[in-house]
Design a protein around this ligand. Structure first.
Ligand code: ZN
Length: 150
């Protein structure tokens, strides 16, 4: 288990150091802003959706390592998926970081996203990890209100 923890830690640090898809998207047709006042994390998420499929995803913003790594992994994870699949992924991710009955091992199907499963032990960090995901859902629903994690 400690090897796995090291791997997860390394994954988070790597995505924080070199976030993937960190840019604005000129031809985005969905976007939303998210803010986590507890930590000060801010981000804007951009999606290009065509024919019900996420063709491209990117983000910009500033925040702690967890929030940035989570947003980076999110953009990688949703590309090429249908909107229905992305919604299911949101539900699954949300359960991983909040469930008290399942262990992180129950979420290995989430691939590298499982690296963020450990945040459930740190309630403040749960908001950091889930900010990008709540912002994603807002972008899908085209809400005008910025997302706040509180
Ligand atoms: Zn944070």
């Amino acid at each position: 288990m400690s090897d796995l923890r090291d791997l997860y830690q390394e994954t988070i640090l790597d995505h924080n150091r070199s976030p993937r898809n960190y840019r604005s998207l000129a031809d985005a047709n969905h976007q939303a802003d998210g803010y986590n006042p507890l930590c000060g994390d801010r981000l804007t998420l951009f999606l290009k959706i065509e024919d019900g499929i996420v063709r491209d995803a990117s983000f910009e913003g500033s925040g702690c390592a967890i929030s940035k790594a989570s947003a980076s992994m999110l953009t990688e994870s949703v590309k090429g998926r249908t909107v229905a699949e992305v919604r299911a992924l949101f539900e699954r991710f949300h359960r991983m970081v909040t469930s008290s009955t399942e262990t992180p091992d129950d979420f290995v199907d989430l691939g590298k996203l499982a690296a963020l499963g450990g945040v459930r032990e740190f309630p403040v960090r749960v908001k950091c990890a889930s900010l990008a995901w709540h912002t994603l859902r807002a972008a899908l629903e085209e809400r005008d209100e910025p997302v706040r994690t509180e």
